[in-house]
Design a protein around this ligand. Structure first.
Ligand SMILES: C[S@@+](CC[C@H](N)C(=O)[O-])C[C@H]1O[C@@H](n2cnc3c(N)ncnc32)[C@H](O)[C@@H]1O
Length: 446
């Protein structure tokens, strides 16, 4: 009986590894993002074990690929890309997992069968054993960033480049936001302590940084919507907005133009509910699938039946997205390269191409130019990205204010990060934050 259990575990492990190899092929050969795989319910991300292998292998992809190429007598055939992925997954586990090396080698070799290539067992076994024999401590200077990104970051951040590139190779911290309409931060922290889940508190508003990431659904109060997982730098925009609503407005009307999946939207709603007897928050997004996800998250948080939030599905670059001067606040949490979130979304390092950055910039400017018309005179627009590139941040704002005489930059002062010419930048080399940019623009009364 015990023997049967061991055999079925081996088969399961081999099956998981084979599914991960198929997922990696989608990313590496077809340019699919992890989000795309998730939206198709890909088995490659089906469990925490799958996710560890996918995220870890992609995070260290470039150096692992270099490593295995040294031990392959000749390059693999094009139709054997799955075997290259298999070697990468094996090499990742040998270097970064706590599993015994013999178990890693056996499971990886056994994955040849579900991949339909039992003939490759000897090849996989041979390469992994060579890696084991030649294992050396990894040089601390190794980075897994593509060359163009290394050059770009070094140029823009000559002093911080090494720390920034190193940060890209780390695991991201897991940060929680307490849903203040369900429970106070003090009470939620007591729940965490009772369950012996270690954490630290951070600004803004007692954001909770877990010492060790864990599946969100295993956290206390998750199903009841007491918390949301929300990266620390993404918790600042709602607070910035709240602090900049003029005191004479007692029922603010706000437009979150790119709201999905709703992290900042729902946080803002919770903060508004605490301060105002009434408000109207319109959340919009171009993607129906992401809006669907927003709706589900709203249901879990207990906000979906609240008529103070309305969801819309419009392309916010189009003129009819908002009526002229109808909002006190417009939030443009713009689509961007995601270059500030590479440690959280490691697939970006493989998929982002430098020529996509000007395309993102054009879209960001189109959004700003269009949405500015919907902002009331005297109102405030918050622009944000999760990018560290100037082209998507200060250079966008510079062009925008140059072409709008009624646009005036409002200086920002936040507890983490640093001021830029037009806004504020957080970097992923701060241990708790992702790379994030904010700029606040006031619309003059004419
Ligand atoms: C950075 S994400 C927004 C994250 C969101 N604010 C949050 O806090 O959860 C950018 C969003 O912009 C949306 N988007 C992209 N192009 C758009 C457009 N032309 N109009 C409206 N939304 C757009 C994307 O679908 C994506 O959901």
């Amino acid at each position: 009986m015990a023997g049967q259990n061991v055999d079925s575990t081996r088969a399961d492990d081999a099956q998981v590894i084979a599914q991960v190899c198929k997922g990696l092929e989608q990313v590496v050969l077809k340019g699919r993002t992890f989000d795309w795989l998730r939206s198709r319910q890909s088995t490659a991300l089906a469990s925490p074990q799958h996710q560890d292998l996918m995220y870890g292998t992609v995070r260290h992809f470039l150096s692992l690929r270099q490593q295995i190429s040294q031990y392959l007598a000749k390059p693999l055939r094009n139709k054997d890309h799955d075997l290259e992925m298999l070697l990468l997954v094996g090499a990742y586990q040998l270097e970064f997992s706590r599993r015994p090396a013999h178990a890693v080698v056996n499971n990886t070799v056994n994955a040849c069968r579900p991949l339909g290539k039992p003939w490759a067992r000897g090849l996989i076994n041979g390469v992994l054993r060579k890696i084991l024999r030649n294992a050396e401590p990894r040089a601390t200077t190794t980075t897994n960033n593509p060359q163009w990104l290394i050059e770009k970051i070094s140029q823009q951040y000559p002093n911080e480049a090494a720390a920034l590139l190193h940060a890209n190779d780390q695991r991201a911290p897991m940060v929680l936001r307490v849903n203040s309409s369900k429970i106070s931060a003090v009470d939620y922290c007591a729940e965490l302590r009772a369950q012996q889940i270690p954490f630290a508190l951070s600004e803004p508003n007692a954001a909770i940084v877990l010492t060790t990431p864990q599946p969100a659904a295993s956290l206390p109060g998750w199903a009841d919507g007491q918390i949301a997982v929300q990266e620390l730098s993404a918790q600042f925009p709602a607070n910035i907005v709240l602090q900049n609503i003029p005191p004479h407005i007692d029922s603010p009307v706000l437009f979150d133009a790119c709201c999905a999946p709703g992290g900042k939207l729902y946080q803002l709603h919770e903060l508004l509910c605490k301060r105002y007897a009434s408000h109207q928050l319109v959340g919009n997004d171009k993607s129906p699938n992401r809006l669907e996800e927003t709706l589900k998250i709203g249901q879990r948080l207990g906000h979906s039946d609240d008529c103070k939030i309305v969801l819309r599905n419009l392309d916010a670059t189009l003129p009819d997205t908002t009526t002229q001067e109808s909002f006190d606040v417009v939030i443009v949490d713009a689509p961007c390269s995601g270059s500030g979130t590479i440690r959280r979304n490691p697939d970006i390092r493989l998929l982002l191409q430098p020529e996509q950055i000007p395309e993102q910039q054009s879209l960001q400017l189109a959004l700003l130019f269009n949405l500015w018309r919907g902002l009331k005179q005297g109102g405030t627009l918050l622009y944000s990205t999760c990018s560290v590139f100037d082209e998507e941040n200060d250079l966008v704002i510079e062009q925008f204010v140059r072409e709008h005489s009624d646009a005036h930059i409002q200086p920002l002062q936040l507890p983490l990060g640093a001021a830029t010419k037009f806004g504020w930048q957080m970097l992923p080399s701060e241990p708790t934050t992702d790379g994030f940019y904010y700029a606040l623009i006031h619309k003059a009364q004419m």
